[in-house]
Design a protein around this ligand. Structure first.
Ligand code: 4NP
Length: 185
């Protein structure tokens, strides 16, 4: 008796693009904060909306994570969900995850929300990592603070401040990524 096993190969391009296939799009961007429940989920949602608005969705893979694992599996903070919703962006289905070593090879751009996040990323980068570790505020045109301020222990107004700052920087960050020749190799 012979047994025939049929194996079906799918071309790579048929696969859905997502966080786990980040290396398959031209530009893979990971937003990073401490808890991945306040700032980086908002950054992910706003950046994705800006990318979609410009008709570039198929060229970007976008995700977010926290340097800590304190809130793994949780949805974004209610205040982040609310402020995003007020501007028509739904981030309610995101779930917190922690930074992992493969993020440094799956993503070309690791975008830190503040200086502390940036230092943690530099510390945790595997040797030989070619990922670009940058700080979000350096892309905000005009006067900008050095950090996207952590709103977790403040009131709802802090989330509005975060939203407005992120909104100001997203288009410039897209432009910088598109202009960077090393990000598409
Ligand atoms: P995020 O804000 O880093 O913007 O998500 C925080 C969320 C939680 C905590 C701190 C900051 N925490 O201490 O649990």
């Amino acid at each position: 008796m012979s047994i025939f096993v049929m194996v079906q190969f799918r071309p790579l391009t048929d696969r859905p693009l997502g966080a786990h296939h980040a290396s398959m799009s031209d530009h893979a961007v990971l937003f990073v904060c401490l808890g991945n429940i306040c700032r980086s989920p908002l950054a992910e949602g706003l950046f994705r909306a800006a990318v979609e608005h410009r008709g570039l969705a198929d060229r970007f893979s976008i995700d977010s994570c926290g340097t800590s694992g304190w809130h793994v599996g949780e949805p974004p903070d209610r205040r982040s969900v609310e402020v995003a919703g007020e501007y028509g962006v739904d981030i309610s289905r995101q779930r917190s995850r922690q930074l992992v070593p493969t993020d440094f090879s799956d993503f070309q751009w690791l975008v830190a929300m503040d200086g502390s996040n940036e230092r943690t990323l530099i510390d945790r980068a595997p040797s030989g990592s070619r990922a670009r570790v940058v700080r979000f505020t350096s892309y905000v045109p005009g006067e900008a603070p050095a950090d996207v301020p952590d709103p977790y222990y403040g009131g709802g107004r802090g989330f509005e401040v975060v939203y407005k700052l992120l909104e100001r920087g997203c288009d410039a960050l897209i432009d910088a990524i598109l202009a960077d020749e090393t990000s598409a190799d």
